[in-house]
Design a protein around this ligand. Structure first.
Ligand code: HEC
Length: 316
């Protein structure tokens, strides 16, 4: 019988479809509060802020309205030296991450500790706030939580930024917006898999690493190295500068596009950046007419490339 195969095929397909519908309908849905936020997810939420997609407060994805991540070695109130502390600064008006507005999504444990010890409910986004990540004990288990140090210690956003200084301030939050806007995820993933990936790209993430992160930027499919832990294997700002200005400066056969326009119109010393001239000189270098490629300009501290590099180096 010529059509028997179709019969068998459609019955198998029916069973598969019905089976998957059964799973969808009858299995209990995952309750996010049963998956406690890990320290990684708390760090991500506080680094990236509320959201890094299209929204009405940053419609052109310029990286506005983002928190700043600072490293302090002095207490911003007393000025006394203290152990290296990472703090997340939200200037007045910058939206807090999901976990602060809806602590339920932090999961049991981080939620209770962040509310009771960390006083996150006292934070007010119109006044700004500073947060740090702490560890406490919840039901006998070590649990990370968020502390609102503006409420507990009186750390004010402007004071904390001034104490840290620009050199110890990371714009990784705004950098994630650049990562999304520039379509880096078209080639790169932020998701090492549970395969041999482990050996090349490092530890795959766990479910709790994503609480409150929006969007996750896993990537579409992989045409280039995974970047989830890239800052641990390459922490050179200079390498990143060369590579983003023109990837061929460091990887002769790279297919990665140039991102030289993220430098903006002027360099760190106020000199105009002439991309056409640069490309002409690079072409001469490529053709063997000059020995060295042209110099890559230093970027301004408020340039988009600084945001992007801060983001990439923060991927540890
Ligand atoms: C057309 C695909 C493509 C796009 C788009 C792309 N990259 Fe790449 N990228 C690559 C390839 C291929 C490599 C490996 C060769 C190299 O180093 O240039 C790479 C390498 C890198 C590396 C070094 C990785 C390592 O393991 O050391 C970083 C960092 C990086 N890219 C960041 C970015 C960022 C940030 C963006 C967006 C602004 C981006 N890339 C966009 C293809 C791409």
């Amino acid at each position: 019988m010529a059509f028997r195969e179709y019969n068998v095929g459609s019955i198998c397909f029916g069973i598969a479809l019905a089976g998957s519908m059964m799973i969808t309908i009858f299995f209990p849905t995952g309750d996010i509060s049963n998956i406690p936020a890990t320290e990684i997810s708390l760090d991500k939420q506080l680094t990236y802020g509320y959201e890094s997609g299209f929204n009405y407060w940053d419609p052109f994805l310029n990286g506005k309205n983002k928190p700043l991540k600072v490293t302090l070695t002095k207490d911003p109130v007393t000025g006394q030296p203290m152990d290296k502390t990472v703090a997340y600064v939200f200037k007045p008006g910058v939206k807090f991450p999901n976990g602060i507005y809806k602590p339920r999504i932090l999961g049991h444990g981080p939620k209770e500790l962040s509310e009771r010890l960390g006083r996150i409910s006292a934070a007010d986004d119109s006044k700004g706030a500073v947060f740090v990540i702490k560890h406490g004990t919840y039901k006998g288990k070590e649990t990370p939580y968020i502390e609102n140090v503006t409420a507990t210690k009186g750390w004010q956003p402007e004071k904390v930024l001034a104490t840290a200084g620009d050199a110890n301030t990371s714009y990784a939050g705004a950098g994630k917006t650049m990562f999304i806007r520039e379509g880096c995820w078209w080639c790169h993933t932020l998701l090492p898999e549970e395969t041999q990936d482990w050996q090349t790209f490092g530890r795959p993430p766990m479910t709790g690493d994503f609480n409150g992160e929006s969007p996750t930027a896993f990537g579409s499919d992989r045409k280039a190295p995974d970047l989830l832990h890239v800052g641990s294997r390459n922490s050179s700002r200079e390498w990143m500068m060369l590579h983003f200005f023109n990837p061929r400066l460091v990887q002769p056969h790279s297919i990665m596009p140039r991102y030289n326009y993220l430098w903006g119109k002027t360099d760190a010393h106020g000199n105009p950046i002439d991309l056409a001239k640069w490309s002409k000189e690079y072409q001469e270098f490529y053709e063997g007419k000059r020995i060295y490629p042209p110099e890559v300009p230093d970027y301004r501290p408020d340039s988009e490339i600084r945001y992007l590099i801060d983001f990439v180096l923060n991927l540890k």
